[in-house]
Design a protein around this ligand. Structure first.
Ligand SMILES: NC(=O)C1=CN([C@@H]2O[C@H](COP(=O)(O)OP(=O)(O)OC[C@H]3O[C@@H](n4cnc5c(N)ncnc54)[C@H](OP(=O)(O)O)[C@@H]3O)[C@@H](O)[C@H]2O)C=CC1
Ligand SMILES: O=C(O)CCC(=O)C(=O)O
Ligand SMILES: [Mg+2]
Length: 473
């Protein structure tokens, strides 16, 4: 079955039923060490996870690690350009849950991202990146503890599908010609616009299916959160990209108000309900005027549409959501992408789950990680219905590779997410406790040490792992 790797002789595989993992006490879990600082981070992570499982379950449970290859390490073993060997794909498919270090992607040419490829091959459509603060972590923000968000990033489409044509390529030039001469003139709303002849071209597909399955997962996650965190914000740039990002927002609202109708309220619905709660006799028109401040200058058609919206909300959900009942439901709102970057800094405690498309989510997860301590503190998971691959938000940080200095926190916390996904909460809690205590005692790697005031002597990557384990007790 495998060409160059041999699975562990002990352990069994994790299987999936209805999208949920069924986990034996001795699961086989494939891991990819990763390029660059993967060489430092992975051993530290494995040591911490093994120690936590051993302490939590006293031998009743353990992980059988299965080393699989991708990136530079794979080329060393399998040959030139064998960045993602079939063995690795077979192992991840077979064992269902895997964890990986970062993999290099060249800029401007060369191979396409192996990280993105894994997400697409296994249809890991939800990239889940929690950003929460551990007390004592230095941050450029005054109140970093106020940020506690989970980025839910659509992981398989958008510009990351990688359908692009280089400037000057034959097909790229043909496409521009067809667009300029046929398709754009045939679309009146585009007027006389033309694509510059020396442009590179990328395609940004955003599908209804892809958008709605991501939002569905985000909503299911919201239901598991404490009441005051039950909120999903649809993040988009739909004012500019109307039929991709704008459609994402509309499909998101469509999904939540159909599949989660009894469990959620949208922000606009809440305004309509509040208006009636404050003034039970308010007319639909006055209610519409309150909901849309520019109402009086709108066209008659637009006014009628908003009045209709008010009437529909009141006739369909007043009984179930009115008189304050909506406060106990998941709040679904939306924000334009550029504004959410400032909102998570100026009003962090107003947000919880941020559901968005691939590119926005990529940017937003690095930005949110920065607030709670930087890329050394940014874990992540790529989740599908039959497979999950856990990995940090950051990349290979090549200038630190092999120096035993990088912060392994993000991959360790990705391991925590994996343990939680497996239902091994006791082991996950031990790691969180150990990591939290290490940071609280200023036992940190260079990235956090340099920000502490006064600065402290940094621990090595491996020493940080040891400090975490010591703080299990
Ligand atoms: N999922 C994946 O595997 C990903 C892969 N990549 C790939 O990684 C490569 C390098 O990308 P690059 O843009 O440099 O981004 P990186 O995330 O690798 O690193 C950028 C900087 O972030 C800080 N940083 C990153 N990781 C850590 C950590 N664990 N602890 C502390 N600080 C950290 C370092 O800052 P400083 O030096 O200032 O301390 C580092 O120089 C590229 O090929 C990219 O495509 C990128 C993102 C995700
Ligand atoms: O695949 C890559 O090299 C970068 C991906 C990335 O930045 C991310 O997923 O956050
Ligand atoms: Mg990124």
């Amino acid at each position: 079955m495998y060409d160059k790797i041999i699975p562990p002789t002990t352990g069994t595989k994790i299987t999936f039923k209805n999208g949920e993992p069924i986990v034996p006490d001795n699961p086989i879990i494939p891991f990819i060490r990763g390029d660059g600082t993967g060489i430092d981070i992975w051993p530290a992570t494995q040591k911490v996870l093994d120690a936590a499982v051993a302490k939590a379950y006293k031998g009743q449970r353990q992980i059988s690690w299965f080393k699989v290859y991708a990136g530079d390490e794979a080329c060393d073993l399998y040959g030139t350009y064998q960045y993602l060997p079939q063995d690795t794909l077979t192992a991840i498919k077979e064992y269902g849950v895997a964890i990986k270090g970062p993999l290099t992607t060249p800029v401007g040419g060369g191979i396409r991202s192996l990280n993105v490829a894994l997400r697409q091959i296994f249809d890991l459509y939800a990239c889940v990146r929690p950003c929460r603060y551990y007390a004592g972590t230095p941050s450029p923000h005054k109140n970093p503890e106020k940020l506690d968000v989970i980025v839910y990033r659509e992981n398989t489409e958008d510009i990351y599908l990688g359908i692009e044509w280089k400037q000057g390529s034959e097909i790229g030039d043909r496409l521009i010609k067809i667009l300029n001469e046929e398709l754009i003139p045939a679309t009146p709303e585009h007027g006389k616009k033309q694509i510059p002849l020396d442009a590179g071209i990328g395609i940004k597909p955003i599908s209804k299916t892809g958008s709605q399955r991501l939002v569905r997962r985000a909503m299911k996650h919201a239901l598991l959160l404490p009441k005051d965190k039950q909120q999903v914000t649809l993040v988009h740039k739909g004012n500019i990209m109307k039929y991709t990002e704008g459609a994402f927002r509309d499909w998101g609202y469509e999904l939540v108000t159909s599949e989660f109708r009894s469990q959620c309220v949208t922000e606009r619905e809440s305004w309509i309900l509040i208006n009636k709660e404050k003034n039970p006799d308010i007319s639909p028109e006055d209610n519409a005027r309150e909901v849309d401040p520019g109402y009086d200058s709108l066209t008659p058609e637009k006014k009628a549409q908003i009045v209709q919206e008010v009437e529909t909300v009141l006739s369909t959900i007043w009984e179930t959501h009115g008189n304050g009942q909506w406060k106990a439901k998941i709040m679904v709102n939306d924000r334009i992408a550029d504004s959410i970057f400032q909102q998570i800094q100026t009003r962090p405690d107003e947000y919880s789950i941020l559901a968005t498309m691939n590119l926005n989510g990529d940017y937003l997860s690095d930005a949110a990680a920065a607030i709670v301590g930087g890329l050394g503190m940014g874990p992540g998971a790529n989740i599908g219905d039959a497979c999950a691959v856990f990995e940090a938000t950051h990349g290979t940080a090549p200038k630190h590779a092999g120096l035993d200095r990088i912060n392994p926190g993000s991959v360790i916390l990705s391991g925590v997410m994996m343990l939680e996904f497996m239902g091994w909460q006791e082991a996950a809690d031990l790691v969180k406790k150990g990591l939290g205590q290490a940071i609280a005692h200023s036992q940190v790697t260079y990235d956090l040490a340099r920000l502490l005031e006064p600065p402290v002597e940094p621990l090595k990557c491996s020493e940080f792992a040891d400090a975490i384990i010591k703080h299990f007790d």
